[in-house]
Design a protein around this ligand. Sequence first.
Ligand SMILES: Nc1ncnc2c1ncn2[C@@H]1O[C@H](COP(=O)(O)OP(=O)(O)O)[C@@H](O)[C@H]1O
Ligand SMILES: [Mg+2]
Length: 503
Amino acid sequence: MSLATIYSRARVGVSSPLVTVETHISNGLPSLNIVGLPEAAVREAKDRVRSAIINSHFEFPTRRVTINLAPADLPKEGGRYDLAIAISVLVASGQLGELNLRDTEFIGELALSGDIRGIPGLLPSAIACHHANRQLILPEENQQEAALVEGNAVFAKHLTQVTAHLLKQTALPACVSKPAEPLPLDHKDMRDVKGQYQARRALEVAAAGGHNLLFVGPAGTGKTMLASRLPSIMPAMTEAEALAVASVQSVAGRKMGLDWHWSERPFRSPHHSCSAAALVGGGSIPKPGEASLAHCGVLFLDELPEFDRKVLEVLREPLENGEVHISRARGQVTFPARFQLVAAMNASNEAYSGGQDYYQSSASQKYLKKLSAPFLDRIDLHVEVPPLPSNVLVNADEEGECSASVRERVERAVARQRGRQGLQNSQLSGRQLENICALSQEDKEFMQQALEKLKLSARAYHRVLKVALTLADLNDSPVTRAHLMESLSYRKMEKTLSMAVSS
Ligand SMILES: Nc1ncnc2c1ncn2[C@@H]1O[C@H](COP(=O)(O)OP(=O)(O)O)[C@@H](O)[C@H]1O
Ligand SMILES: [Mg+2]
């Protein structure tokens, strides 16, 4: 045989399209040509594959070798095709006999010695390969990730192990999932938060309906502490959500068990000096940003007004549709980014000690001007976190309710939403919302007055209804006037905030 066709997979965002590696060996002066890879990648792949083959006691054909990676317009980064290229050269040169490899895919980078190195972003390929009903042969380093998929993937450390497997001499071991590793000891629990009942309530509502939240208060009152405990009361992830989270982490090159934990909701807190690209992703081969790393979890923006306004504006797209689109010359890359936004803002202590409304002080008005009204619009719950009375802080008995117990209520409210509409309230469209949340004539009039008084936008109105629906779900009842009023109370900063912003 002088022609071989071998399958591998590319990476585009969190999807992984099929790549066909064709190798043709013909008579002529010894040469090696690779078509379909960027210049630099070709040079490197040639050297690695040639050395790996020789160091695995095979021969590199001394004829004219042409390798084509198709389709031609896919971004083909790094060394993930090395293994497939090496196998295709060995098959085309007849060193592996007659093999049918139509049901197998190969992914892995080769070292000069023939060792197989791990690659970032393997999980989406393992998922796609499983759907295509093929066996995946992958680097040992990536086996833990691949084991998350119920496929029949196998792993190898060296090129000779792969050839022995293909020749049915020694079968490669299957990827088996290890039991989920225990969470780190410093795992954050709501029990640690003393007092702050209003903020705790808002956090519970946010978890139950998937709403965005803003904490405002002086430094040291527990805003960061509260925000970092939101994942601990969010509902357990579905299998599909956990895989989606794992795919983003995999593509970002983050190690499971070290950088993140299986089925744990992400919590990301980028510094306020971060760039737009760091927030939503970028790079010539686009990598996910903080918004995507927070997919299905929490994106925490501490010191919100310190963020560059332009940087915050890029979050509007994911806040609206749960996705990030990055345009490149070769086309568009999409990353999932359905996170819950929690923001915190420090207010000066005097505003509180003087009993004065924080939002009225001129210093805070100037601070708040840095935020745009459309951005604030997308935050459903505005909550004040006042200084804690000293007796509450000192009293050891003041321990709060633990996360597990709060989460029970959240899970019940979420089950209600999933049963009714298949998704959380925050994701409802305007039409769905109006069908589900039909208000009485009196309530409609009440809401109309409230809208005018608070000067709420249409978007904000829908968000108020969604929060009211979540409050009702926590209560296991239809939406009542009390729910509407509580929901509106989380918007009472809106007017002062937007006045400060627009003036
Ligand atoms: N409500 C609270 N209950 C228990 N400890 C608190 C509380 N508020 C603040 N603390 C303590 O103060 C520290 C600083 O709180 P932090 O959440 O960083 O405040 P903020 O973000 O509002 O400035 C916490 O690590 C904790 O030790
Ligand atoms: Mg803080």
